[in-house]
Design a protein around this ligand. Structure first.
Ligand code: NAD
Length: 484
């Protein structure tokens, strides 16, 4: 049976890439190929950039309120197709349908937030900066921006950027992850019906070659990247060399600390979700469970009991609580980390290897896995595993927790469970990560707050969405004015 080949969207048209290199798209639950994806070339990119550049001036001169009305229409169109987007997402990425719905909701919230452009994009002004002289700064759009996305949030991540860039008057190109190209393709089909002017939004599929071409392209003004730390760092450096604006979000190794006074029973469901939601493939997932003081044994027992009840299956089945990993290659990588943990002396207390999921013998599944007595120097405590593998560590006090967190190179998120306000204050004051959860296991800022980490989890200064994003997508032009 021949598989569908996803298309690029350039200048308001669905176009075929000129490339004859194609990748496979898999359904992670069944282990079957479901589509093929072209690895677009520099020539494909040139066409998209030309279209975006040609569309820029007219779009830039369109009043912001008119631009935002496209987003209002887009929001309605997304709502009408909400379930369809979520199902496409689960089919190719594997996360459970409820998580896919949550992701689509977060995507739409960015569209909603960006419609506030008429207050969010305003500049500033001061009369009489000197005798009879006034000064004011406009935020002006700059040209063509692009987003390069990871595989774990195929719907949402490009929309941390696109609506803001667009409503600010720029034109845009999205490069989805080649592992999950169908979700963004579905989203662009919906956007196509909204009728943006040709060239204002574009999408190109592909892999590292087209990314390199984007990083080097003289007519792309800025890049928003989200992915693993090595790629994020590379993208940041290369954009520096080519003189582009860049915000580059990388990987994570998040610590969830549970203090002796924590309300375990109330907190446990969110602690479990932190580690096993999306099968651990979230940049905000818990990776290390830091059990402080005498709560450790009780917490370990309750955690493992709950982890054992997680129902695995195809994410499209409403009863499923945890789906597969997104690819066979990634499953094997996670299995490698489990081997490494055993080799380095961690105690494997729940083994998700070899899990059998009824009806899905070829899916890319690993069951909930728990290591106890992990030490800070072990590979599984240092590197991002990005799977359903928990490293339990036993710590004496808050100082040890903070030291552990600040000694990981990553600094994306950190969570604490406690009933003490004083402990929380100390924690949030001293830890490096930028997203903090207090009795919350996934510290995910909503669209109106900035999203991004510090250290090796983010290169650049302006984060995703939030109010500051308008700074990334505009240049402040300052006018100093005097009239005779
Ligand atoms: P990845 O770095 O492999 O790929 C991300 C994007 O970069 C893809 O579009 C891919 O085509 C491209 N790419 C990959 N290797 C490249 C190379 N050598 N040169 C040029 N382009 C390249 O990341 P992934 O595996 O798709 O995503 C998972 C990672 O993303 C995890 O590390 C996760 O923590 C991170 N992530 C971070 C955030 C955040 O907010 N910080 C959010 C989501 C995911």
């Amino acid at each position: 049976m021949s598989l569908p080949i996803v298309k690029n969207y350039v200048n308001g048209e669905w176009t075929e890439s000129e490339s004859d290199t194609l990748g496979d798209v898999w359904c992670p639950a069944t282990g079957e190929k479901i589509a093929r994806v072209p690895y677009s070339t520099k020539a494909d990119l040139d066409q998209a950039v030309r279209a975006a550049k040609d569309a820029f001036w007219e779009w830039r001169c369109t009043p912001p309120l008119t631009r935002s009305r496209y987003l209002f229409r887009l929001k309605e169109a997304f709502e009408e197709n909400f379930d369809d987007i979520a199902e496409t997402l689960t089919s190719e990425q594997g996360k459970i349908i409820d998580e896919a719905r949550g992701e689509v909701r977060r995507m739409i919230e960015n569209v909603e937030h960006a419609t506030g452009v008429t207050t969010l994009m305003t500049g500033y002004t001061l009369e009489d900066v000197a005798k009879d002289i006034d000064c004011y700064g406009h935020r002006q759009p700059m040209g063509v921006f692009a987003a390069i996305a990871p595989y774990n949030f195929p719907a949402m991540v490009p929309w941390w950027f696109l609506p803001y860039a667009l409503v600010a008057g720029n034109t845009f190109i999205v490069k989805p992850s080649e592992q999950v190209p169908m979700t963004q393709t579905r989203i662009f089909e919906i956007a196509d019906e909204v009728g943006f002017p040709e060239g204002v939004i574009n999408m190109l599929h592909g892999s590292r070659d087209v990314v390199n071409a984007m990083l080097d392209h003289p007519d792309i003004d800025g890049i928003s990247f989200v992915g693993s730390t090595p790629t994020a760092k590379y993208v940041y450096q290369r954009c520096g060399e080519t003189g582009k604006r860049v915000q580059s979000l990388g990987g994570a190794k998040n610590i969830v600390a549970v203090m002796p006074d924590a309300c375990i029973d109330e907190g446990l469901p969110s602690i479990i979700t932190s580690f096993y939601g999306c099968s651990g493939q979230r940049c905000l997932s818990g990776a290390i469970l830091a059990m402080v003081g005498d709560i450790a044994d009780q917490l370990r027992e309750k955690f493992i009991t709950a982890a054992k009840t997680i129902k695995m299956g195809n994410g499209l089945d409403e009863q499923t609580a945890m789906g597969p990993l997104a690819s066979a290659a990634h499953r094997d990588r996670v299995l490698g980390y489990i081997e490494k943990g055993i080799e380095e002396g961690a105690e494997l207390v729940l083994d998700g290897r070899g899990v059998k999921v009824e009806g899905y013998p070829d899916g890319f599944f690993i069951g909930p896995t728990v290591f106890d007595n992990v030490t800070p120097d072990m590979t599984i405590a240092r590197e991002e595993i990005f799977g359903p593998v928990v490293s339990m560590m036993r710590l004496k006090n808050l100082d040890e927790v903070i030291e552990l967190i600040n000694s990981r190179g990553f600094a994306n998120a950190a969570c604490i469970y406690t009933q003490s306000g004083a402990v929380v204050r100390e924690f949030k004051y001293r830890v490096k990560p930028s997203m903090i959860g207090v009795n919350i296991g996934i510290a995910a800022p909503m669209s109106f707050f900035p999203f991004g980490g510090a250290g090796n989890s983010m290169f650049g200064d302006i984060k995703g969405h939030g109010q500051e994003i308008f700074q990334f997508f505009t240049d402040t032009k300052v006018v100093i004015e005097r009239w005779f």
